[in-house]
Design a protein around this ligand. Structure first.
Ligand code: GDP
Length: 139
């Protein structure tokens, strides 16, 4: 099990808005080291696989359409207590409820187009990292 690592995606709305650089700056300034990163675009099917846990939710189809609507940046981040600290940095799922100064408060457009993903556990971080970086050298 990977510890002290989390996984993130800068989502299509934030990449399209040209906010990737500002978001990565916030991430680094909060003490996270970027240990792997790639820009890519998901097909609706791959987006569906990534969010399979939400298959039964009413917003699932819209989420898959949105997550495959443009380029994303996937990255693995390293820091002590990475998963919890990163969830704190990104803020609540709904930007209306996110704390001041969090990435979602600053950059999210809606509860769906909420700028950024952060893994919710060490186990999810390992699975999600593998989803994007399987077979690649991670240092
Ligand atoms: P997260 O861990 O904060 O990203 O939240 P979840 O795992 O619960 O949801 C995954 C993603 O689905 C969120 O980041 C949003 O992009 C989207 N989402 C979550 N809840 C809703 C909702 O109620 N409506 C819509 N349209 N999208 C949602």
């Amino acid at each position: 099990m990977i510890t002290n690592r989390t996984f993130t995606i800068i989502k299509p709305d934030a990449v399209e808005a040209g906010s990737s650089g500002a978001i990565l700056k916030m991430i680094e300034e909060a003490g996270f080291r970027i240990v792997a990163m790639r820009m890519t675009k998901l097909s609706p099917e791959r987006a569906g696989e990534f969010y399979a846990v939400h298959k039964e939710r009413p917003f699932y189809k819209g989420l898959c359409t949105y997550m495959s609507s443009g380029r994303i940046i996937a990255a693995i981040l390293e820091k002590e207590n990475a998963v919890a600290d990163f969830r704190k940095l990104i803020g609540a799922t709904d930007p209306a409820l996110a704390e001041e100064g969090t990435i979602r408060k600053l950059f999210a457009k809606s509860i769906e187009a909420n700028a950024i993903h952060g893994s919710d556990s060490d186990e999810s971080a390992a699975i999600e990292s593998n989803f994007f970086f399987a077979g690649m050298d991670i240092f």
